[in-house]
Design a protein around this ligand. Sequence first.
Ligand code: KIV
Length: 274
Amino acid sequence: MSIQSTIKRKTAPDIRARKGGDPIVMLTSYHAHTASLVDRYCDVILVGDSLGNVMHGFETTVPVTLEMMILQGHAVMRGSQHALVVVDMPFGSYEASKEQAFHSAARILKETHCGAVKLEGGVRMAETIAFLTERGIPVMGHIGLTPQSINTLGTFKAQGREEGSWEPIEADARAVADAGAFSVVVEAVAEPLGRKITETIAIPTIGIGASAACDGQVLVLEDMLGLSARTPKFVKRYGELGPGIEAAIKGYAEEVRSRAFPGPEHVYGMKAKA
Ligand code: KIV
């Protein structure tokens, strides 16, 4: 017996077809509950390895493991129905060889049921991107500032600030597109460079601190909600949820401490024994 789902999720080819069309809306999520909210408004949900910073308090994304990505990727799939879910390949799970990348990406797809993976790197990862896409694994690229390389970059600064330094980043964009990626995140590059890349490559660009001219935009959910302690300068906050959450926790703690916490009688109609 075959089971047919009536809900159709967006696919990597659907997103690829949006080049130059309606802007692609993408946000991160790491949990089923936020995924169900993001799913109502976004085309793509990214289970980013930024979960290392946001959920676990690491300084960088380097300590994030494949198991962490699979656990949260599966949660996001359970919480969403419509968006394409893309799961980040964490540092150390794909750089050694294209075969290593295939095994890690296959685990992500099989164990989470997500629709695509994302990996960092341009020219240096082109052969791997081609190897994965030829074997049925849709890949989203990630160029410009690549946070997993923090230990060699030394800084999270924007890339390509001088026009003379654009060429390697443009070459990365071309390499990722030519290798068969269905889209590419362009992070923290000078605005005219983000615009130029978007105009010259055939796949959708998803900007984060890049250019409003990109084919889509992505932000880390907790950054745009005002829940992150530190956010990059380019992040626009669409909410200030931190103080509201703190007020609720404070109110609860005060009620418990002052014995004003309501007992179950207001639900079950029972009076606590004196
Ligand atoms: O890990 C992540 O959340 C990302 C986005 C910042 C693009 O890669």
